[in-house]
Design a protein around this ligand. Structure first.
Ligand code: FPP
Length: 251
């Protein structure tokens, strides 16, 4: 098999020269365990998790990280018990009401990645309003992954390219990494430099699988509701000490 015609997508080195990552992505895990350790309902953990979101946005801005992607609700989370799904969507609804204005005032641009059509009309409108209201902001690009799953995202991209090929709009030999990346929710965005997962679990759980091909991974032993600016700064310091080679030999 010859793949000579296929362009190889060279990952763009996005981290800034001082070692600050351009794009940090976070798998926010451990809300349930945080609540259980206190004898509280899981909703209490998710509420505290929402406060940690705000702290993390501020920490990212303080550190001059320009892209932050947060995994707030996975495609698989729909399979949780109905009352927990309602708690999470309810929290999202109230978050949209209470936080967007402040995020806008801070200069945060909000974008949603994921299958937003799975949410009800009220939430979909809230998400669209948040994106529209903040579209002119440039201080921090905040992606919120909602009903997001990386395999579904890649499948969707593959289907769109297959349809374009069938319609004669693209030659199959022209389907390269750049063409596929352009069909992802993250089209036009830099790949994550650093992916953090809290709670001690060491998995990617279907998060940004394509985009994280060369990301540094960090698994922290803190539960998400306890995550704070000091944890964020420590992760950035550890990242700055890592050598990223993007598959090349040390030179
Ligand atoms: C993982 O903890 C966290 C989630 C499934 C949801 C993340 C939600 C938030 C951080 C708060 C809501 C944020 C917004 C923007 C509305 P888990 O429940 O899997 O914890 P466990 O593994 O300890 O059970």
């Amino acid at each position: 098999m010859s793949i000579t015609k296929t362009q190889t997508h060279t990952p763009i080195k996005t981290a800034s020269p001082d070692g600050t990552p351009t794009h940090v992505a976070v798998i926010m895990d451990g809300n349930g365990r945080w609540a259980a350790a206190r004898g509280l309902p899981r909703l209490a953990g998710h509420r505290e998790g929402a406060s940690a979101v705000r702290r993390t946005v501020e920490a990212a801005m303080h550190s001059h990280v320009s892209w932050l992607t947060l995994y707030a609700f996975s495609s698989e989370n729909w399979r949780r018990p109905q009352d927990e799904v309602s708690d999470l969507t309810g929290l999202l609804r109230s978050y949209l009401r209470s936080e967007i204005k402040e995020l806008n005032d801070l200069g945060v641009r909000i974008r949603i990645i994921g299958e937003r059509e799975r949410f009800d009309a009220g939430i979909r409108k809230g998400l669209e309003d948040a994106e529209r209201a903040t579209a002119g902001n440039t201080l921090l690009n905040l992606n919120v992954a909602l009903s997001y799953g990386a395999r579904a995202e890649i499948l969707h991209a593959a289907r769109r390219l297959a349809a374009a090929s069938q319609a004669g709009q693209i030659n199959s030999a022209e389907i390269d990494e750049t063409a596929l990346a352009a069909e992802l929710f993250t089209a036009g965005m830099p790949d994550p430099d650093l992916v953090i997962r809290t709670s001690g679990e060491q998995r990617l759980s279907n998060f940004l699988l394509w985009q994280s091909a060369y990301a540094e991974l960090m698994f922290l032993d803190v539960l998400w509701p306890d995550f704070n600016a000091a944890h964020f700064a420590a992760a950035l310091a550890a990242y700055a000490g890592r050598e990223r080679r993007f598959g090349a030999r040390p030179g």
